[in-house]
Design a protein around this ligand. Structure first.
Ligand code: CTP
Length: 232
């Protein structure tokens, strides 16, 4: 019987992060979480156990093999992933993590006083990069690259810098794709520089395409030190 204990685990980050300025204000982005949740649904359908570390989103998902860990900030998201990464066969970094956070979170509500207000920001932890440093050969990591220009070049840079096995390129130039939409248009790129451009599809369908591609790479990664991902 395929019990939860012997199911393969997939770790997924999804949604935006919120970086607090004070107790009532934060910096965030337009991520809806729909793509990350669709990927989670696709893996659940294929019989995986899914750990979904999610920023604040409206989208809902429930399944006996799904654990959702709600977080706010990038630091919380990183800490929440930590206990699960080593046992995850596949990790998908689908969250739109804020690149910067306020240098300090003020304990009390910031009062308005001067005509101008300067905000100092510092770099957030790069979750995909940090896990890329400790990823084993039998593990597969999938990341996203949301780009406005030099799309393919930037995506490849992310693939190698973050030690990903697949990068999912999203372009803001595509209509009805990316933030908030129920559809997406992606290009899947592997480490052999193979590009698979897919047409505009529902995020549910795109989630399945991403899960299938990751599972194929994972199958070749299982017993070898070299991953051949020809089959994306
Ligand atoms: N990512 C992450 N932690 C961060 C930033 C990004 O885990 N602090 C992950 C995202 O989930 C995504 C990939 O890294 O899978 C690329 O994210 P993106 O925002 O496109 O790239 P950045 O590395 O932030 O680069 P830039 O914003 O300069 O394009």
């Amino acid at each position: 019987m395929n019990t939860l204990a012997n199911k393969n685990t997939v770790l997924i980050t999804a949604g935006p992060t919120r970086e607090a300025l004070d107790p009532v204000r934060y910096i965030t982005n337009h991520s809806s979480g729909k793509m990350g949740y669709a990927i989670a649904a696709a893996f659940l359908e294929k019989g995986y156990r899914v750990i979904l570390v999610s920023g604040p989103v409206e989208v809902k998902l429930a399944h006996p093999d799904l654990t959702i860990i709600p977080v706010n900030s990038a630091d919380e998201m990183y800490a929440a992933c930590m206990p699960y990464f080593a046992s995850a066969k596949i990790t998908v970094f689908a969250a739109a993590v804020a690149d910067y956070k306020p240098a300090e979170t003020v304990l009390y509500k910031i009062k308005k006083s001067d005509a101008e207000f300067d905000l100092k920001m510092v770099k957030n932890v790069d979750i995909a990069y940090q896990f890329g440093l400790i990823k084993r050969n039998d593990q597969v990591a999938v990341g996203f690259a949301l780009e406005t220009n030099n799309e393919e070049q930037n995506a490849l840079k992310k693939l190698y810098t973050k030690n990903l096995d697949l990068v999912i390129l999203n372009s803001t130039q595509d209509e009805n794709a990316t933030f908030g939409f129920d559809t997406n248009k992606i290009t899947i790129i592997n480490r052999d520089f193979l590009f698979r451009a897919l047409p505009l599809k529902s995020k549910a369908e795109v989630g399945k395409d991403i899960a299938d591609a990751a599972i194929k790479v994972s199958a070749t990664a299982k017993n070898s030190t070299v991953k051949t991902s020809q089959l994306i």
